[in-house]
Ligand binder design. Structure first.
Ligand SMILES: Cc1ncc(COP(=O)(O)O)c(C=O)c1O
Length: 398
């Protein structure tokens, strides 16, 4: 029950009332109390490259970033972000006017939505969605309009229904909030899907915000294509990414925004009153990380690919239907082949039954029933941990 004052008014305002405590807190507490392997939350259990950790230590010792860094981010990092966008995608951004460093992608998302939305504006987002989207849209006074990704019967890929997307646009739609590679489904939007999104945005004059934190985690034939590279998109797209996932330092909270000067200035206006600045010494270390040779990014991807295959094989052997992800470090499964249908009940019981923690995808949906039988497992864990988890899950069918 919500906390009350003597006047019986709830303490938490009505914009946030529906969000309560996140499932991650509940499931991580369960993992602690039962000693279960936590494949719930998406953070690696090994740190990123030693030389980058050392770069942070050097920055701390040399007194770089120990006091408030510049509001937009340290110039070294802004330059490195611009160079990364150029080298990877051929996108040219001016480090002074078109790049903004944030406290992780989380702050970038919050500041972008707080900056760009008026109360009553509609935001189209693909459900299941990353949980901060709904809360940030609500804090900005916007209305979220979900378009549901559904697994295709042929290949199990969660797909976007382009007609549904077009039908979701109204005169009140302000922006499309896109996440590719997509958490939790692992879908990487194709060139055709992105082309259709771009054409729709241009036709209906919409802003687009793209969350690309898993940009370096794409597998098999999938390719990460930033929406900002599509015709007519550079001037209307705010692109968001972060060092946390790419370099396995999720605790450093270094993220960034790239976009046209007007958009970045707007986002900065909101950002300056959230954290103002963050992560001083880590910004210097991330500047070095972004300049790592391609071999780093290739080895990182190959390592995660092997982990994906290991956990996918374990889940399949345990009886789950596995939707093989083309990106991210999550696997979404369907529990119905195990004779289960309620992901919430299944995940609450799983630590006791099998000593593993997972997340019910329903929490990422407005249409909860659409996500009811889906459960997400993170594979960004050590090989021995994944092997043990697979062994434990193998006992489920009794
Ligand atoms: C899709 C997505 N966006 C943003 C974030 C948050 O990124 P950061 O840790 O950089 O704030 C996450 C983290 O799990 C994520 O999965």
């Amino acid at each position: 029950m919500a906390a009350m004052t003597s006047s019986a008014r709830p303490l938490l305002n009505r914009r946030l009332a529906e969000f309560g405590t996140t499932i991650f807190a509940e499931m991580s507490a369960l993992a602690m109390s039962t000693g279960a392997i936590n494949l719930g939350q998406g953070f690696p259990d090994t740190d990123g490259p030693e030389e980058i950790r050392e770069a942070a230590v050097r920055a701390l010792r040399d007194g770089r970033g120990n006091q408030y860094p510049p509001g937009p981010g340290v110039p070294e990092l802004r330059t490195a972000i611009a160079a990364h966008q150029q080298r990877r995608y051929g996108l040219t951004y001016d480090p002074d006017t078109e790049v903004l460093v944030t406290a992780g992608a989380t702050e970038a998302i919050a500041a972008t939505l707080l900056a760009l939305l008026e109360p009553g504006d509609e935001v189209i987002a693909f459900e299941p969605y990353y949980d901060s989207y709904a809360a940030c849209i609500a804090m900005a006074g916007g209305t979220r309009v979900p378009v549901t990704l559904r697994p295709h019967p042929e290949d199990g890929r969660f797909r976007l229904d382009l007609d549904e997307l077009r039908d979701a646009v109204t005169d009140r739609t302000r922006l499309l909030l896109v996440n590719t590679p997509h958490n939790p489904t692992g879908t990487v939007l194709t060139r055709e899907e992105l082309t259709a999104i771009a054409e729709l945005a241009v036709e209906r004059d919409l802003l687009v915000v793209t969350d690309e934190v898993y940009e370096h985690l794409v597998f098999d034939d999938a390719e990460h294509l930033p929406l900002a590279t599509f015709p007519g998109m550079r001037e209307r797209t705010v692109s968001i990414s972060s060092a946390g996932k790419t370099f396995s330092f999720t605790g450093w909270k270094v993220g960034w925004v790239t976009g046209a000067p007007g958009l970045v200035t707007a986002v900065r206006s909101a950002k300056q009153f959230l954290t103002y600045v963050a992560s001083g010494p880590f910004q210097y270390a991330v500047a070095e990380a972004l300049a790592l040779p391609d071999t780093y990014f290739e080895a990182f991807r190959a390592d995660m690919l092997a982990k994906r295959d290991l956990l996918a094989a374990g889940l399949t052997a345990a009886g789950f239907e596995v939707f093989r992800p083309a990106g991210t470090y999550f696997i979404t499964t369907d529990i119905r082949p195990l004779g289960e249908r309620d992901g919430f009940a299944f995940c609450r019981a799983l630590p006791e039954r099998a000593g593993v923690v997972a997340i019910p995808n329903a929490v990422f949906y407005d249409h909860r029933e659409a996500g009811a039988p889906f459960v997400r497992f993170a594979f960004c864990k050590r090989t021995d941990v994944l092997e043990e988890a697979a062994k434990r899950l193998g006992t489920l069918r009794g």
